[in-house]
Design a binder for this molecule. Sequence first.
Ligand code: SF4
Length: 354
Amino acid sequence: MKVSPSELELFESCPQRFIWSLDPDKKRHQSNLPSSLGKIAHKVLASAHKGGFEKQNSENRESLFNDIWSAVEKEEFESIQSEWPNTVVPQPIRWPKYFAVKTSTQYLVEKALSLGEVWKRAGDSSRPISSSNDSYPWVEKYLESEILKLKGIPDLVKESSTGLEIVDYKTGNVTDPETFSMQMHIYLMLVSELSNRKVTRLLIRDFTLQEKEISIDQAMIKKIRESILSAEAHLAKQIAPAKATLENCRFCNFKDICNEFQISNLEVTSEPIFLQGKILQIHSNADSSKVSLQLLVQKSIPIKFEGSVWISGLSVKPDFVIGETVQVMNNLHLTDSLNVLGSWNTTVSKKTSV
Ligand code: SF4
């Protein structure tokens, strides 16, 4: 077992969700738009660090930025479309914060270039780090360690006069850098192990161009080690506690098979995050980008509905018919008329037993 920072954070928030997310039979790999937008930004920044913007004067740098961004965006859009085969995925230009993230990325590219942070030899990111003699910096290098049981891809590892610095980019305004403490300490552990060098600083560069330092904390390293041992033990038994909370469950894709969620008593005043019912009517336009369902509600979590409800704003190519029972989850919002507005990535599936 080797876990990534996001997997270990998932284990900390809900161990059962962690186990299901690693189960190939249950895997529901579906990116969301903010993470895809973040991936585009990170790839464009990595390109800048690797010399993709070199030998361009500042007049045509903007058009070069747009060309690189468009190529990466196309790749990412095709990838997300393949993950959502029955859904009409919105065009990137309609993704939340698209223009803000794109503009911030352009500023960060300019900043990296003006600081001279361009290293053509940073080269092939996919080639594993093989020895402590690997030259620096490491730009988006995949790191893994059998000994630590960890894996991860720090955005940038560079040398300073005192040792190695790890830099990670965030696509937003980071108000509390400590939120990323576990992730950055996992990178620290990997880099220390693979380089045999001392890591002296952990830095977050957010897209407001601020650089924030996370203090190196031995207690966090101890916590990570304990968490890995616990995750490994639960994984071996394939059983773990499920922590049903609104925060944990709202975006979890296992709500339909999770007994703890199904019997949970979450805050009754909140918006629905799971609905089950018999289909009374289906309205859809020609390309299935606007689908509405009327359901005779059998179950709703956490809010109680009675009778029928319309769910509109869906973008799913229907493989269900009137009279069938479906389960609808993720990105559901109550409207003033007490019906429900979904989104392109609201999941609609035929009922499975829990
Ligand atoms: S639905 Fe909630 S409790 Fe169940 S696995 Fe997902 S996050 Fe955990």
